[in-house]
Design a protein around this ligand. Structure first.
Ligand code: TMP
Length: 194
């Protein structure tokens, strides 16, 4: 099962992936951007070397996704794949940043992935006050520095997209206790595999 963890920065995706990966036999833990050799280079360009032009940025994320899907995801579909981000980030961040139509972004993502999308998505949600607190405690990368309002609009877009695209998903309150979230997700994954 290919499971993607989604939501804006600071919601605790990687913490939960790490915890859950210890509870299942032989899971594949991966991420976008940066799940492949080329992806790592793309990640550095996008997040550490400053802003590139909006269209170039979308194409670089898509190149990362194409590599990740073909080289990591597709050959391992028989395993439990826990991926930090997916095409949902690809569409939501780009749509809010550049105003490019969701349909266009969906087509581009279909092209990049050969039509392979996650089986299920874990979508984290955080309230504005908690987000401000958490963002205040960390230094942002090139994309996070776009600000809280941008991130909240991305979050809203992600929620609209899972409904619009009818993607199997579970919504998680990012401010719930970490242990409780892990237990909820452990049961969710077990049930999904049954
Ligand atoms: P992260 O690995 O810490 O989540 O950082 C990735 C950043 O890149 C995060 O700010 C979300 C952003 N992003 C996009 O803008 N488009 C994408 O397609 C993906 C996968 C991530």
């Amino acid at each position: 099962m290919y499971l993607a963890f989604e939501g804006i920065d600071t919601v605790g995706k990687s913490t939960q992936i790490e915890r859950l990966s210890e509870r299942f036999p032989d899971p594949l833990v991966t991420r976008e951007p940066g799940g492949t050799a080329l992806g790592k280079k793309i990640r550095t360009i996008l997040l550490e070397e400053g802003e590139v032009l909006p269209r170039s940025e979308i194409l670089l994320f898509l190149a990362d996704r194409a590599e990740h899907t073909e080289r990591i995801v597709r050959p391992n579909l028989h395993r439990l794949i826990l991926s930090d981000r997916s095409f949902l980030s690809g569409i939501a961040y780009a749509h809010v940043h550049d105003g490019i139509a969701v349909d266009t972004l969906l087509q581009l993502n279909r092209f990049a992935t050969g039509g392979l999308f996650p089986d299920r998505i874990v979508l984290f949600r955080i309230d504005e006050t908690s987000l401000r607190e958490r963002m205040g405690q960390k230094s942002g990368d090139a994309i996070e520095t776009r600000g809280i309002d941008y991130m909240l609009r991305v979050q809203k877009t992600m929620e609209e997209l899972v409904d619009l695209l009818q993607i199997e998903h579970i919504l998680i309150d990012a401010t719930a206790p970490v242990d409780a979230i892990t237990e909820t997700l452990y049961s969710y994954i077990k049930d999904s595999q049954a």
